[in-house]
Write a protein that binds this ligand. Structure first.
Ligand SMILES: *Cc1c(COP(=O)(O)O)cnc(C)c1O
Length: 396
């Protein structure tokens, strides 16, 4: 997901526009800003590119998730179904909203299994947050049907999957709202940034207000604006938005390159005994930031990452054993180790997170390896990588 690989002249020029005027604030200063509205322009272009009515840019993906939950009316005591394979920010955002993260199993899409979500529902369930992990999609149509049938809010964490689609529609556009991250290791980056997208005008207006202390953003006198709701400050600066704007305009090239590079390595691996690939509900919509495959068992997966690394094939992750994306190693979370008491700890339905048992997810994650797909590989490096990967896996 390497937006960081392609920081170049375009980004410098966009940032230069902002530095020239010195207007770092995304609102107001109409006269001084010399016509540059980086955050606003990014929002217009992102919404257009993803085929939705509205986008609101935030300070981070985590801020976007918090904003989306607030805008959708998810708050104190509400149960929110989340997957155990995600970046921990998804769970943090639920906790910060005063809501209760409830974990359901993933399936071989590496995203929430609709059956498992249904089994985890209680009368307190308010929302479901599928996370489209590693550039590809959940069974989002089934999850949407389930949420519609049960009257639940579907909120997509598409932080890792900008530009990916399901049956032609952008991931993030299926739910009441969808969230993206533009942090330094995502597909495109603002340095730090995130966005909420939606087709619902009321959700957009609530997000726009929530992320800026409730301001209604009507008129040109900020001091005289009305406050629609209680909010917070999750704003992005014009400098960050400027970087992101340049990156967004490279998104199609990024996706083409990733898809090309991934296909070459995947082809070389196909046929290696015992290797299976991650299930993709719509292969054509994969953004191809990662090539994810399953080894026959935990031992073989451990052998494979070690052997790949020894053979110089870097960027392969065995999530089960690292502490980044899978709940197993989130020790601080298991004991809800916080700097201060959390809202969830004052609730009667507060789960005991030290006892979470997700055997299906464990079994899948034990076997899962993801290889990061880079943009900067030369054709020779790519060929070498494909050959070496296939050989290493063949030998195991
Ligand atoms: C990166 C990420 C986030 C958080 O985004 P930040 O911009 O780093 O706050 C949330 N969810 C997932 C799945 C992510 O990968």
């Amino acid at each position: 997901m390497p937006g960081f690989e392609i920081f170049g002249q375009e980004e410098r020029e966009q940032v230069g526009d902002v530095l020239e005027t010195g207007v770092l604030f995304r609102y107001g200063f109409d006269g001084a800003r010399n016509g540059h509205w980086k955050a606003k322009t990014f929002e217009t272009e992102l919404a257009q590119r993803l085929g939705v009515s509205y986008a609101h840019l935030c300070a981070s993906g985590t801020a976007a998730l918090g904003t989306a939950m607030a805008a959708c009316g998810v708050g104190a005591g509400d149960e929110v179904i989340v997957p155990p394979f995600t970046f921990v920010a998804t769970v943090e955002a639920v906790l910060m909203a005063g809501a209760v993260p409830v974990f359901a199993e993933i399936d071989e899409t590496l995203c929430l299994a609709p059956e498992a979500v249904e089994a985890a529902l209680t009368p307190a369930t308010k929302a479901v947050i599928p996370v489209h992990m590693c550039g590809s999609m959940a069974r989002i149509d089934e999850l949407k049907q389930l949420c519609d049938r049960k009257g639940l809010i579907l909120l997509e964490d598409a932080c890792q999957s900008v530009g990916a689609t399901y049956q032609g529609d952008a991931l993030g556009s299926f739910g009441k709202a969808g969230c993206f991250s533009f942090d330094p290791v995502k597909t495109i980056t603002c340095g730090e940034g995130g966005a909420v997208i939606t087709n619902d005008k009321d959700i957009y207006l609530a997000a726009d207000a929530y992320a800026d202390h409730g301001h209604d953003h009507i008129g040109t006198d900020r001091g005289a604006e009305d406050h629609l709701i209680i909010g917070t400050n999750y704003r992005i600066s014009e400098l960050n938005a400027a970087v992101g704007l340049a990156q967004l305009r490279k998104l199609d090239w990024i996706l083409d390159t990733q898809r090309h590079n991934k296909a070459l390595i995947k082809d070389a691996m196909t046929g290696a005994p015992g290797i299976e690939f991650r299930q993709l509900p719509d292969p054509a919509g994969d953004s191809a930031t990662f090539l994810t495959f399953f080894m026959p068992d935990l031992d073989k997966a451990r052998q494979a990452v070690a052997a790949l690394s020894a053979a110089g094939v870097d960027g392969c992750f065995h999530w089960f054993d690292n502490n980044w994306h899978y709940i197993r190693k989130w020790n601080h979370f298991h004991s809800l180790k916080a700097s201060a008491r959390l809202a969830v700890q004052a609730l009667p339905n507060s789960p005991d997170y030290s006892r979470i048992h997700l055997p299906q997810s464990d079994a899948i994650m034990q076997r899962t390896i993801s290889m990061q797909i880079k943009l900067g590989w030369t054709p020779e490096q790519l060929e070498e990588r494909a050959k070496t990967t296939a050989k290493v896996l063949q030998d195991i």
